[in-house]
Design a protein around this ligand. Structure first.
Ligand SMILES: C[S@@+](CC[C@H](N)C(=O)[O-])C[C@H]1O[C@@H](n2cnc3c(N)ncnc32)[C@H](O)[C@@H]1O
Length: 282
């Protein structure tokens, strides 16, 4: 992953902050206990650590793994400093930090390898991750790693529904091509959220909570919050990559129009997501 992608993950944070479902989060916190062992798979730049601390999870262990060395190096270097900036007592360690009574480590690792090596976890977090891998394999691996009654929290799971406004005549065809390109990638699913809900419901544990977590990015007075213009630039880049693989009538005009609208602070974007909380059988 490039530094540009690291910036994308950081820019995503304010969008995710608005999107995540508070009711599902509250169910997680009710069930989590005071000193949980947490594994965050596909942790990216470690922004979920900031969520946990803000939500009062300040004891136990947090282990974030990501396949990409660049984001892990970024997480190790930047996340402890960001926690200190927010007022937490932080002691840097070789692989992360101690924040309050929470031991934090970040490691380059494959999610499935880390899950296979783990045992008796209190919670596995997979945020914006379940659309990248087959959901049944993911739930199997997570459940193997959890303690009886352990929790799987999968927020901001993409579920299709990509919307750009104002209207453009090629919108429907572009959305179809974009989701089709995601589905064509091995293991990926543009409607992972709904399939995750089905797969969790079919298991022996409890589907404790489900909520919508749609991304909505809109300009105010021609400006975007924080680094969200960059976030939108990246989303348009993902769509452009998909359009390059196929033929869509009006695609070139669609892209030019969207980029012009973004530069002018007139583009609104929304994407549908789900937050899922599952509890392994006792
Ligand atoms: C969309 S990002 C989400 C990052 C973070 N959870 C967040 O929400 O900001 C997906 C992350 O999963 C990582 N990833 C993809 N496949 C992986 C795998 N098999 N094992 C570990 N990490 C993986 C990518 O490197 C990327 O950082």
């Amino acid at each position: 992953m490039s530094h540009a992608a690291t910036r994308y993950l950081e820019a995503k944070q304010t969008v995710d902050d608005r999107a995540y479902d508070r009711r599902v989060r509250d169910c997680l916190l009710d069930a989590l206990g005071s000193s949980p062992t947490v594994l965050d798979i596909g942790c990216g730049t470690g922004t979920t650590l900031s969520w946990l601390l803000e939500w009062g999870v300040d004891a136990g262990t947090y282990h974030g793994v990501d396949a990409d060395e660049t984001v892990v190096a970024f997480a190790r270097g930047v996340r402890p400093a960001a926690c200190r900036y927010r007022g937490w007592p932080v002691t840097e360690t070789e692989r992360g930090a101690t924040v309050g009574d929470l031991s934090v480590t970040f490691e380059r690792d494959d999610a499935f390898t880390a899950l296979a090596a783990a045992d008796g976890l209190g919670c596995v977090i997979a945020r914006s991750f379940a659309d990248l891998v087959p959901v049944d394999d993911l739930l199997d691996a997570i459940e193997e790693a959890l303690a009886p009654g352990g929790l799987a929290y999968l927020p901001i799971t993409f579920d299709g529904g990509t919307i750009f406004q104002p209207d453009h005549p090629a919108d429907e065809a572009v959305e179809h091509a974009y989701h089709g390109a995601i589905d064509a990638e091995s293991g990926r699913d543009a409607h992972a959220g709904r399939h995750l809900i089905d797969a969790a419901r079919d298991r022996d544990g409890d589907l404790l909570a489900v909520g919508g977590s749609d991304w909505v990015v809109r300009p105010r007075d021609g400006r975007y919050l924080a680094d969200e213009a960059y976030f939108l630039e990246c989303i348009l880049g993902f769509v452009a990559d998909a359009l390059a693989e196929t033929t869509v009538d009006g695609a070139a005009d669609w892209l030019t129009t969207r980029r012009t609208q973004l530069a002018a602070g007139r583009l609104t974007y929304a994407a549908h997501g789900f937050d899922v909380l599952y509890q392994a059988p006792e």
